[in-house]
Design a protein around this ligand. Sequence first.
Ligand code: C5P
Length: 222
Amino acid sequence: NQPPVITIDGPSGSGKGTIAKLLAEKLKFSLLDSGALYRLTALAALSRDIDLADEAALTKVASGLDIRFEPRDGEVAVLLEGRDVSRDIRMERVSMAASKVAAMPGVRAALLQRQRDFLKPPGLVADGRDMGTTVFPDAPVKVFLTASAEERARRRYEQLREKGVSVSLRDLLEDIRARDARDMNRAASPLVAAEDAVELDSTGVTIDGVLEKVLQLVLERI
Ligand code: C5P
């Protein structure tokens, strides 16, 4: 008898990270940001000058990752070999590299058990691309969160502007489309809604609006 898992999958910028975090806080569940694991693999590979096409080398990086997630000022700090890389893993360069390494079956296999290890009582909220299809196929609540590419680029643009990072909206939209295409068209765990997932479109919906819908599902199913 496993504790319950709530999976939230969807493309980048759909709001799944925000929703997953709020949901975990509300339910006092653990949180798995699976994208961070792919980002950490990418960052480690970039900093060691590893060829992003070398699957064997990248698989080794993924299985040997020395990482920790630590609560810090209401956020979760991500540590790679003891160094806080919370900001570094969000850089556009790392996002792109992450979606490349994530296409490799060896890397995905190396990270599978690590992701399952996040499950402990009273439950887990897991966000990513294949939480409901591959990592936690028996989860009682599965959400597939989407939003139009334009809206997702706009959200990312606002986020970066708040942080004082200047980028062009057009470039962001292009990046998002490239990542979507790579995530959806890869052979290993492509981005696709699980058959039993509930699809929610967050275009034009507030965070609270989405959260309310997900909480309703939780009440019905857990
Ligand atoms: O969700 P996030 O944007 O942080 O994920 C970074 C990249 O990691 C994605 O573009 C995707 O290619 C990959 N990823 C994945 N499977 C997951 C989570 C993320 O392939 N479960």
